[in-house]
Ligand binder design. Structure first.
Ligand code: A3P
Ligand code: MG
Ligand code: MG
Length: 380
């Protein structure tokens, strides 16, 4: 790690034969050519039902119904009486992805090592949302993160741990914030039909336990990735391209009335929207802009491939290449640090804004996250 002077700036060396001890997150250090990012390929899907039960199929997939560009959706409707909220105090870690892996082992590119044990043929298994956080890290100034990593049969499993600050925020949300979190899901209900020829049921119950997830495989530089992400809906046209290109991400945001609001939307919101959809190869976002009372006043489509052009007029704006290079270098850092292949050992990577990424090692601790049922199943 000590040959290239630019590498020295990113990594703080841990001694001649040791892995680096920390990784810088300064954006300027990652301004180089865009790394190779292979077209994500959908290798499977799964669904979580209204009770959060796992199904190895697409039963929760919904279909996009064009709302026109001036609908009048009231996002507050049903918050009191037709809303079932998932318990976000329950930490599911990687469990649903692990269930999917067990159900689809034969479909994955597996290899047999000399000890005849089965390995997955990927370097990392994680949630898309964790990768989104990595992509936005060089520009994040508010919220830090904790990522637990365990190596098992050659694959690195990466699972987020809630920070103390995030837990305090979650347990102290205002009533207004709680309601506004509902608005995004209500918007989905106005736009999505359960059946390909159906219409949205705006009088139904919004249940945030329900989810449809895609599982994709791709490669970032020399890192083979398998990750899953929730998908809001798909194009109902049977001639639409195959997944993930037929998927549509839905978003809500405050209406934009001033140049300052437009600039903030470009600088902060579009960064998060871009990162989330670029990773799994979802090509477009349909955004509902709402007023202070939760009424959608306009709907606009954003094509992911055009977002970097849209933001280029902002002074000192975020750059996709910085996001991807930081993610790639972080994954290299993880590979250099996580050496012990043992599901009971967790390497906890920690980051706070304006700091470097550091890590600690934990054996048989509260952080261990690979469940016994998964270890046993993979051994058989
Ligand atoms: P909006 O983002 O439109 O407000 P997603 O857009 O990722 O499909 O998520 C759907 C909705 O879940 C969001 O809608 C938001 O209301 C809620 N949501 C997503 N991520 C969240 C987070 N980290 N914290 C709180 N709410 C979140
Ligand atoms: Mg979603
Ligand atoms: Mg969405």
């Amino acid at each position: 790690f000590n040959e290239d002077p630019s590498t020295q700036k990113r990594f703080r060396a841990g001694g001649e034969t040791q892995a680096p001890r920390s990784l810088s997150t300064r954006a300027q250090l990652y301004e180089r050519v865009f790394p190779q990012y292979r077209q994500p390929v959908e290798v499977g899907v799964f669904s979580l039902d209204s009770d959060r039960a796992f199904f190895n199929d697409s039963r929760q997939l919904r279909y996009y119904v064009d709302p026109g560009n001036k609908p009048s959706f009231n996002l507050r409707d049903g918050y009191r009486d037709r809303f079932i909220k998932r318990d976000d105090g329950v930490k599911e870690r990687l469990d649903h992805i692990l269930r999917w892996i067990i159900a689809n082992r034969s479909k994955l590119h597996s290899t047999h090592t000399s000890s005849s044990s089965c390995t997955l043929g990927v370097d990392f298994v994680t949630w898309r949302g964790h990768l989104t956080k990595l992509l936005t890290t060089p520009y994040e100034t508010q919220e830090g993160w904790l990522l637990a990593v365990s190596k098992f049969r050659g694959t690195l499993y990466m699972s987020e741990v809630e920070t103390e600050a995030a837990r305090v925020n979650r347990e102290n949300r205002t009533e207004r914030h709680e309601e506004m979190m509902y608005w995004g899901y209500k918007f989905e209900q106005y736009i999505c039909a359960d059946d390909v020829n159906g219409v949205p049921d705006r009088g139904g119950v919004v249940n945030t336990n329900e989810a449809f997830c895609t599982v994709v495989q791709t490669r970032l530089a020399d890192h083979k990735l398998l990750f899953s992400g929730e998908v809001d809906c798909r194009d109902k046209d049977p001639r639409a391209p195959p997944a993930p290109a037929c998927y549509v991400e839905l978003k809500t945001s405050a209406e934009i009335c001033t140049p300052k609001q437009r600039s903030n939307f470009h600088r902060y919101k579009l960064l998060k929207w871009w990162a989330q959809s670029f990773l799994p190869g979802v090509p477009r976002i349909v955004a509902g802009f709402r007023d202070h009372d939760g009424v959608v006043v306009s709907v606009e489509t954003f094509h992911i491939s055009k977002i970097s052009q849209l933001i280029k007029n902002e002074y000192n704006c975020w750059k996709p290449t910085v996001c991807m290079n930081f993610c790639s270098d972080f994954l290299s850092f993880v590979k250099s640090v996580v050496k012990e292949d043992n599901p009971r050992v967790v390497y906890l990577f920690a980051w706070d804004p304006h700091r470097d990424v550091t890590y600690t090692v934990h054996r048989d601790s509260q952080y261990t996250f690979l469940p016994d049922w998964y270890i046993k199943e993979m051994a058989s």
